[in-house]
Design a protein around this ligand. Structure first.
Ligand code: GLY
Length: 381
């Protein structure tokens, strides 16, 4: 099985490792920038931009993969899945139209509303013409969340109480968002524990992977800027300390209904990942957002636990046979912790060697060299 993997991050390295566990797989990769981990697992690779559809097309023609797996949101929003499908390559990853579940917060909220699917908070969508109404809407909410209607690398959403205090600041941020985006979504702020439910889908059936909790704030104690995710964990029993089985069932039910709704809306089956960002509130499970890809770091929590051959799982997605296989995960707890450069995420220091950087961190924090840290330093040479 020749597989083309698109993506260059830690998440895609983890996807590559999981695909490589299968004896059937021969991996090729297309990366925005070189990742030695992915390259060492690949029989061949090409580097280039995710918007360079001609380059991706000619590399695909060269290697003739049996299927492709698209990791990050950028190639999805640039239409790489549309391109691959149009040249006959079965693809894990939604087309541009379907990826709107992630790229357009207003699309997803309106879809849930139209198809009467549970999980929406109170929300309003505003543009430059009706921005005046946003003020009244914000005034009617006890606290609000402001979301740009587009991709922002996890850093555009602002929450009252965390990132700003007053309703005036909320309104000012709406105006700021509309300088760069066509729409802004204003939502009632939900209180509760957040979790990530990454689901695989072939467009007809959705299957949930073990839930994960991701911690997004840059500093200890949930302080500092929002990041893509600083660290995450999952539990041995495939629940989280604040979750019951029925909560997972509800999250999956929402996702199954959304998969059906996007088909009705677009006439296209969604083949790929529907990662639901959910929150357990006192009113039940609510949807914060969808991502059209695996989470980073959450992929690292679940993929290494997968016992079922991942290539078979991908085949079941592309052939719409997900209802025919049982996907098994080891009963183990996992923890993933990112080490990031100083200044991350706003102004990260560049060109520091990881080894020096880890020494610096350990010294600065007056930490001893634990066996794990020694192991890490040793592994880095
Ligand atoms: N960890 C959050 C995300 O992948 O969007």
């Amino acid at each position: 099985m020749k597989i083309l993997l698109v993506g260059n991050g830690a998440r895609e390295h983890c996807i590559a490792e999981t695909l490589k566990k299968s004896k059937q797989s021969v991996l090729y990769s297309y990366l925005k920038s070189k990742n030695p981990g992915i390259i060492s697992l690949s029989k061949g690779f090409e580097t280039g931009d995710y918007s360079d559809l001609n380059k991706i097309k000619s590399y695909t023609h060269k290697i003739k993969p049996d299927f492709a797996f698209i990791g990050p949101e950028d190639p999805l929003s640039n239409g790489v899945a549309d391109l691959l499908i149009s040249i006959g390559i079965p693809t894990i990853g939604p087309t541009k139209k379907l990826a709107r579940l992630e790229t357009s917060k207003s699309f997803t909220r309106s879809l849930l509303k139209k198809y009467k699917i549970n999980g929406n908070p109170e929300f309003g969508v505003f543009d430059k013409k009706n921005i005046g109404n946003a003020k009244k809407f914000i005034d009617g909410l006890s606290q609000c969340v402001i979301k740009p209607d587009g991709l922002t690398g996890g850093k555009g959403v602002k929450v009252q109480g965390d990132h700003f205090r007053t309703k005036k600041e909320a309104f000012d941020y709406c105006s700021e968002v509309l300088q760069a985006h066509s729409f802004v979504v204003v939502e009632e702020k939900l209180e509760g524990e957040e979790f990530s439910l990454q689901c695989l889908t072939d467009g007809k059936t959705a299957a949930a992977m073990p839930p994960v909790q991701d911690h997004k704030r840059a500093f200890v104690g949930d302080k500092g800027s929002n990041t893509g995710g600083m660290g995450s964990y999952s539990c041995e029993n495939h629940l989280l300390p604040f979750l019951e089985k029925k909560d997972i069932e509800e999250g999956l039910k929402i996702t199954q209904k959304v998969a059906n709704a996007v088909y009705k809306e677009t006439g296209e089956f969604y083949r790929g990942i529907m990662y639901a960002g959910l929150i357990k509130t006192k009113y039940g499970i609510k949807l914060l957002e969808y991502n059209a890809r695996l989470g980073d770091p959450e992929a690292m929590n679940v993929l290494p636990l997968m016992e079922t051959d991942f290539v078979d799982v991908c085949g079941a997605i592309t052939n719409q046979k997900l209802n025919k296989i049982k996907i098994k995960f080891q009963k183990k707890a996992t923890v993933c912790k990112y080490i990031v450069p100083d200044g991350y995420p706003d102004n990260p220091a560049k060109n520091l060697k990881m080894q020096n950087y880890i020494m610096l961190l350990l010294n600065r924090r007056k930490m001893g060299f634990t066996p794990q840290a020694q192991g890490l330093l040793h592994a880095l040479g």
